[in-house]
Ligand binder design. Structure first.
Ligand code: PMP
Length: 428
């Protein structure tokens, strides 16, 4: 496949956009080469500016659960756009999507819509801090909750429990209020609580981590985390930006039967338009302005086009009783195929999967946290990525990302992909 036009477009883009992209991972820095410029997409396929067709396993990093240009969503957006694109005033549609989301997700009474997952998580921790009147939060190494200051924090050195900024521009003052924990390690969490008694407002977690590959929570980990939070008067925040409306109608809360205190959404809930949301019980949500003292706002929050797309998406998910079983079957089929081909070719690997989230790691050992995720062989990953791309299969251009399976994929597409994996595996 040729990427001549994409290469030219990238050169032009880099003249006027930093690094040529509006979000860093798109730049192919981790795998080398030139990013592909998309012209259009339909169902499971991307069509690029050079006329190549690619089977898409990123799906806009999660939102396109039902495939690209999904007709009911597209039509809803078109019809809405004809009637005005933004008012900064309430619309009935906001109540309709909120009521539907509240009915699908366990344990939430009210939901507030914002414009991105970043905003959802940023607002959720402000709410948790305001509600508990405490300053510190705990996040897990390797989990991503968007690019707001409190989350761009790395583990401090040695035995220090304090975080340090991992981007210039984040202040030490902000970093000192974010404590870093190891994913899947409950003893580590207990030690953090012991060292910071009555100071931790919230623990935020991806209930299935998707930003260091796909990492499932160990048996009992989320339940133990729930217990520790409850015992300490700390709110448990599930960042379900990836898992919400993807792993089950009610997301990870439903899948693992664990109740979080605040839940964050993004991606699927917007049907491919810029939407995020956070939700909780009445008591917590009524702590928000204009009812309560914690301030949060947005000119375009609840935007009619975004709400139309999200509402249509949620309606489809809510009415399709077979959807999650189908996604599970398709992704399990893909997983088995990948395992078979890599094993046949003596490639050292680990595959992790929960529902329609899956990742391939080039390391023989279990991948269960940030440390083990970092052990993967990146050179092999690069060859795997570019090999698949040559075959017309597009996976995320980084070993730390999850593949998001769409219901638009047919078994023919999956067979094509598995065959491509077999071909590429011979060269690894
Ligand atoms: N939380 C999680 C779990 C995410 O995966 C992401 C984005 N990948 C975010 C938050 C941030 O969402 P956004 O990019 O929409 O700001």
């Amino acid at each position: 496949m040729l990427y001549q036009r994409s290469s030219q477009l990238f050169v032009e883009a880099a003249k006027v956009i930093p690094g040529g992209v509006n979000s860093p991972v798109r730049a192919f820095k981790a795998v080398g080469g030139t990013p592909i410029f998309v012209k259009e997409a339909k169902g499971a396929y991307l069509y690029d500016e050079d006329g190549n067709r690619l089977i898409d396993y990123i799906n806009s990093w999660g939102p396109m659960l039902l495939g690209h240009a999904y007709e009911p969503v597209v039509n809803a957006v078109i019809e809405k756009a004809k009637k005005g694109t933004s008012f900064g005033m309430p619309t009935e549609l906001e109540t309709q999507i909120a009521a539907l989301a509240v009915s699908m997700v366990p344990n939430i009474d009210k939901i507030r819509f914002v414009n991105s997952g970043t905003e959802a998580c940023m607002s959720a921790i402000r709410l948790a801090r305001g509600y508990t009147k405490r300053d510190k939060i705990v996040k897990f190494s390797g989990c991503y909750h968007g690019h707001s200051d409190s989350f761009l924090i790395a583990a401090g050195s040695g035995l220090s429990t304090f975080g340090v900024p991992n981007s210039p521009g984040v202040t030490e003052g902000t970093a000192k209020d974010t404590l870093l924990a190891a994913y899947n390690d409950i003893e580590n969490i207990k030690a953090l609580f012991a060292a910071n008694k009555d100071q931790i407002a919230a623990v935020i977690i991806e209930p299935v981590a998707g930003n260091m590959g796909c990492i499932p929570p160990k048996e009992g980990f989320l339940k133990d985390l729930r217990t520790v939070c409850s015992e300490n008067g700390t709110l448990l925040i599930f960042d379900e930006v990836m898992t919400g409306f993807r792993l089950a109608k009610g997301g990870a809360q439903e899948l693992f039967n664990i109740q979080a205190d605040i839940v964050c959404f993004g991606k699927v809930i917007g049907g491919g338009l810029p939407v995020g949301a956070f939700a909780a019980c009445n008591e917590i949500m009524d702590y928000l302005a204009p009812v309560g003292p914690v301030y949060q706002a947005g000119t375009l929050s609840g935007n009619p086009l975004a709400m139309a797309a999200g509402f249509e998406m949620l309606k489809q998910i809510n009415s399709d009783q077979e959807l999650f079983a189908r996604l599970e079957e398709k992704t399990a089929y893909l997983e088995n195929g990948i395992r078979e081909k890599l094993t046949e070719n003596n490639v050292v690997f680990t595959v992790n999967r929960v529902g329609s989230m899956i990742s391939v790691h080039f390391d023989a050992n279990p991948v269960c946290d940030f440390k083990t995720a970092a052990n993967g062989d990146n050179e092999t990953f690069k060859k795997f990525f570019h090999g698949l791309l040559k075959e017309g299969v597009y996976i995320a251009p980084s070993a730390y990302e999850t593949w998001f399976i769409t219901d638009a994929l047919t078994y023919e597409d999956l067979d094509f992909t598995i065959k491509a994996v077999g071909k590429v595996a011979k060269e690894l």
